[in-house]
Design a protein around this ligand. Structure first.
Ligand code: XMP
Length: 313
């Protein structure tokens, strides 16, 4: 039986024992896992750990502001860097999903290596959890996809890796977060961000479009479900490289397609698509096509995991 207080004690001991008098930088995406790790590390090692949040340009609307509020609230030693030009530049012309993930992983490491040099850090703390490395080929299964925080690490990386959450599953992360009175309902968001929700090449224009559409999906779903318990576990939009014929005004249009994905699960290892009310889907679809003239078709993903993964790439 998993015991949160026991885990917190052991994890803090492990962090301070491993760091000793060395310093570490912590890669925080603002998600549940790395935010929990940031708070744990701050309790274990104080200012010897620098929490770094990178604006990759692949984030959702308001994400940076939300994360900074948490960092300030918990009085973390933190830094927020705008590296969007570097990430988007490195992704130029790349359409293959694994290639995108690896490029993003490498770019993260380049940025973190620079910050680590400046801070004098020897360790890189990462909020990797069990499903990340199991699905990245670290377990008995084949690589399903290279999660950025596992698949993209170069073998000659100077920083030593410290992953205190690596044996935990999502439901256990939630338990520990509640135990530490951290928000336990942060919707998961992948490290490679919106780039794995744009099928094909990533461009600034597509990112802006998907950011707007994602905001509609999140706002409408959050508004519809009153309690946290009823809310689907994860919900988002995917921009497809598929154009279809439609009508805008009274004219023929030839526009883009957006897929809506919503998943119910407790650990992200398997899950079922949310049987959400038609009225809610209709509101989302109508808002998207009304507010974004370049989109004329919205589809709902009715695939469970497995066989589908949660993210499309
Ligand atoms: P999949 O798509 O593998 O996703 O079924 C399972 C959960 O993991 C999230 N995800 C990621 N999280 N780095 C992360 O930290 C990543 O590279 C990554 N890829 C997927 C996904 O959003 C879902 O919650």
């Amino acid at each position: 039986m998993f015991d949160s207080s026991e885990f917190v004690k052991e994890a803090k001991d492990a962090i301070s024992r491993t760091l000793g008098s060395s310093k570490g930088i912590l890669a925080c995406s603002g998600g549940q896992d790395s935010t929990l790790l940031a708070v744990l590390s701050n309790e274990a090692a104080g200012d010897s750990v620098l929490t770094v949040f990178i604006d990759t340009g692949l984030l959702r609307k308001g994400e940076k502001e939300r994360v900074e509020e948490i960092f300030r609230g918990y009085r973390l030693n933190y830094m927020i860097l705008d590296e969007s030009d570097r990430f988007i530049g490195n992704l130029k012309g790349v359409a293959d999903p694994e290639e995108k993930r690896k490029i993003i992983g490498r770019t993260f490491i380049d940025v973190f290596s620079d910050v680590a040099d400046e801070f004098g850090a020897e360790y890189l703390l990462q909020g990797t959890i069990a499903p990340d490395w199991i699905e990245s080929g670290g377990g008995v299964r084949d690589t399903i996809k290279s999660h950025h925080n596992v698949g993209g690490l170069p073998e000659n990386m100077k920083l030593k890796l410290l992953e205190p959450l690596r044996d935990l599953y999502k439901d256990e992360i939630r338990e520990v977060s509640e135990f530490l009175e951290l928000p336990s309902n942060i919707q998961p968001f992948p490290g490679p961000g919106l780039s794995v929700r744009i099928i094909g090449e990533v461009t600034r224009e597509k990112l802006d479009l998907l950011r707007g559409v994602t905001d509609i999906v999140e706002t409408e779903i959050q508004k519809h479900y009153e309690s946290e318990a009823e809310k689907p576990w994860q919900f988002f939009a995917v921009l497809l490289p598929v154009k279809t014929t439609g009508i805008h005004g009274d004219k023929r249009s030839y526009g883009l397609t957006v897929a809506i994905r919503s998943i119910d699960t407790s650990d992200a290892m398997s899950g079922t698509f949310t049987k959400m009310p038609w009225g809610l889907l209709e509101r989302i679809s109508t808002r998207i096509t009304n507010e974004f003239g370049e989109i004329n078709r919205v589809v709902y993903d009715v695939t469970n995991k497995p066989p589908g993964t949660i993210e499309w790439e």
